[in-house]
Design a protein around this ligand. Structure first.
Ligand SMILES: Cc1ncc(COP(=O)(O)O)c(C=O)c1O
Length: 647
């Protein structure tokens, strides 16, 4: 069987002597920091020759592997078959199709690689991830079961361990697996939380002696650690399956026994989908308002939990977001962890999940090459001296720093390699602090899974997904091998994006009003000082008193600077947008409405505000000359958009 080591040997051959990305983790950790510019194909395919070299080596290695598998077997397809006119015509047909495909893709695909692309959570991919993906894709292994991909299953487990290190989880006690994306990672976390919540009551039904003296209310409020200990005890007993049949897994969903799911208003909509799919129902979601920084309002969270406790309604789970989808805001994880401790002491236990689908990799900015988590003073020093973030930004603020520090307190975390990991789709991930939770559900299929005690782990036992690309795991693994998950690697890469966002924020706030061709003056107003690398703002005409008119102007700018009109290749810049309305955000946007010079009554009259959104993931914008160049392009594009739409 081809082990991980063998896989590494096969691929190390194509790496040049100065660039070997298949060396073991410990060797890479002590290597000098990677030169990040060389690890992207580049906006103008500057590293095209290098990628070609890698791809050629991948094909050579794949060929060698096939030839080396039972070399005594003769070739099966005859040379004359391949040179026959029909074969040549078929190949030429394929080439024509590829040319047509290429034309179609080039005409209307998102130019993620370009510094002009400022829209969604996308950028150029890390070359190690691309090379790893293409290489493993030719092996087409399936990580649903060990048998479907022995090497790639081991690699996926190694990726999970790398991510556990990044998040501060104990590598001996955590569990993690890759998922199709952040949505399914959130689904999986909520699935486990839901089943665990129903477990203590199920024990009472089947093995009451284990929970003697505890009321149903106490059992529905059992703190997670205690529930896991109970689960562990029951798992060893022959009544385990009978208990599971009394949980949600067997008995179905009874929302009144599971309680409420508390999420911030700023949550990703995958939480609403998950509550639907898992049978919780939207009525059992409580959306906690955000504060003026677009972080979950913890005073309201506290009051909400207290109110539920008074009414004897359990809390199924609380979710924080580390890097919100719309604003890049960082919820105060440390304070939620504190609240959780406070309520556990009062007999109110709940599961705590962090949706760090977007922001999880940013934790690398706080991890020293030795693996330790930095002090706040060091984090601020390194932000300025190593990442080049302007000192005037004071990044990270104490709350952002404490939030990242407290991540390991959560029971589970979603973190997506295919977002700030710069890895190709599909690569999300979910990690659980305590792997004993896996026992709340198990699904077996006799045709693929080996249930003997010593059989290697089959990831598909535990996941929502069935078949799963081994290539996605390899992509993440190669990227993490070359770009370490600390301040020398991903920290420096993401530090660039925080820097360019800070530069943009500073420039926009300092920018005087500008005149457009229509003779009117405009200014650009940022929503808030960003926690991460997403910045929202509006273009507002000086003296305009109408929110509806401001929305209409920004909508039309968006239409011009997005996929909505024309093709992507014609775009001067590409932006995204979002809309804040009372249904999602209450009156929080009022602060911003005032900042835009509008009366409060406008918010009543037009209860929604449309903001332009830029996600500054491009790693090259941190270079100040490049930044200045593209800042001018951006402002010119906005002026042109105003001129066009205001004609
Ligand atoms: C905070 C957050 N969670 C979850 C998701 C869902 O991720 P995916 O699109 O990979 O399913 C996103 C996507 O933007 C997100 O921003």
């Amino acid at each position: 069987m081809y082990s991980v080591k063998r896989f590494a040997c096969l691929l190390v051959v194509f790496c040049t002597s100065s660039f070997s990305f298949f060396t073991p983790v410990h060797a890479v950790q002590h290597a000098p920091p990677p030169q990040l510019d060389t690890l992207f194909l580049g906006p103008k395919a500057e590293s095209g020759d290098f990628l070609r070299e890698l791809l050629q080596s991948i094909v050579a290695e794949q060929s060698a592997w096939r030839k080396g598998f039972h070399p005594e077997d003769p070739p099966v397809i005859k040379p004359q078959t391949l040179s026959a006119p029909e074969a040549l015509a078929t190949r030429s047909g394929l080439k024509q199709q590829l040319a047509a495909l290429s034309a179609r893709l080039q005409a209307n695909s998102n130019p993620w690689f370009s510094p002009r692309y400022l829209g969604h959570m996308n950028s150029d991919l890390l070359l190690p991830a691309v090379a790893g993906y293409v290489s493993a894709m030719l092996y087409n292994q399936n990580n649903v079961v060990y048998e479907g991909g022995p090497a790639t299953t081991e690699i996926e487990l190694e990726v999970a361990e790398q991510l556990a290190g990044l998040l501060g989880y104990d590598p001996k006690t955590f569990w993690g697996n890759l998922t199709a994306g952040g949505s399914t990672a959130n689904f999986q976390a909520l699935w486990y939380a839901r089943n665990l919540k129903s477990f203590p009551l199920a024990v009472k039904a089947v093995m009451p002696e284990l929970v003697k003296g505890k009321s149903s209310h106490q059992l529905m409020n059992m703190p997670v650690q205690q529930a896991l200990e109970l689960l562990d005890r029951v798992k060893a007993d022959k009544k385990y399956e009978a208990v599971l049949r009394q949980t949600v897994k067997g008995a179905g969903v009874n929302p009144s026994r599971l309680g409420k799911l508390l999420v911030p208003q700023s949550r990703h909509y995958s939480w609403d989908k998950a509550a639907d799919v898992l049978g919780l129902g939207s009525r059992n979601i409580i959306a906690i308002p955000v504060d003026r920084n677009y972080r979950m309002d913890l005073a309201v969270l506290d009051r909400t939990i207290a109110g539920l406790a008074r009414r004897k309604i359990p809390v199924l789970a609380v979710v924080s977001v580390l890097g919100t989808t719309e604003e890049g805001a960082v919820d105060e994880v440390h304070r939620v962890a504190e609240l959780r401790r406070k309520y556990a002491e009062r007999g109110v236990g709940f599961f705590y999940h962090i949706d760090a689908a977007y922001g999880g990799y940013l934790r690398s900015m706080f991890i020293n090459p030795s693996g330790s988590f930095m002090t706040l003073d060091d984090a601020r020093k390194i932000a300025v001296e190593k990442y080049g973030i302007p000192a005037s930004c004071g990044w990270p603020d104490a709350s952002v720093y404490e939030a990242f520090k407290a991540v390991p307190e959560a029971d589970s975390v979603t973190i997506d390699p295919h977002k700030l990991g710069y890895i190709p789709y599909p690569a999300g991930a979910v990690l659980f602090k305590d792997k004993r939770i896996l026992a709340v559900q198990t699904f077996h299929a006799a045709y693929v899974q080996d249930l003997r005690k010593k059989a290697p782990v089959s990831i598909g036992h535990y996941t929502l997904e069935g078949s799963k690309a081994g290539a996605a795991a390899v992509a993440a693994w190669t990227a993490h091998q070359v770009v370490p998950l600390n301040s020398d690697g991903y920290g420096s890469l993401l530090g660039r994006t925080i820097k360019s966002t800070a530069l943009l924020y500073n420039r926009l706030t300092a920018m005087p009003p500008f005149k457009a061709a229509n003779g009117k003056s405009y200014r650009i107003i940022p929503l808030v000082k960003p926690d991460t690398n997403i910045l929202d703002y509006v273009v507002q005409e000086l003296g305009n008193p109408s929110l509806a008119a401001m929305n209409s102007l920004n909508q039309r700018i968006y239409d011009r600077c997005s996929y909505v009109s024309g093709t992507m290749t014609e775009k001067e810049i590409v932006l995204s947008k979002t809309v804040f309305s009372p249904a999602d955000y209450g009156d929080v946007p009022l602060d911003f409405i005032r900042k835009c010079g509008l009366a409060d009554s406008e918010w009543k009259k037009t209860p929604s505000v449309l903001v332009l959104r830029t996600t500054m993931m491009n790693p090259f914008l941190a270079d100040e000359e490049t930044f200045n160049n593209y800042f001018t392009i951006m402002i010119d594009a906005l002026k042109k958009a105003i001129d066009t739409v205001e004609k």
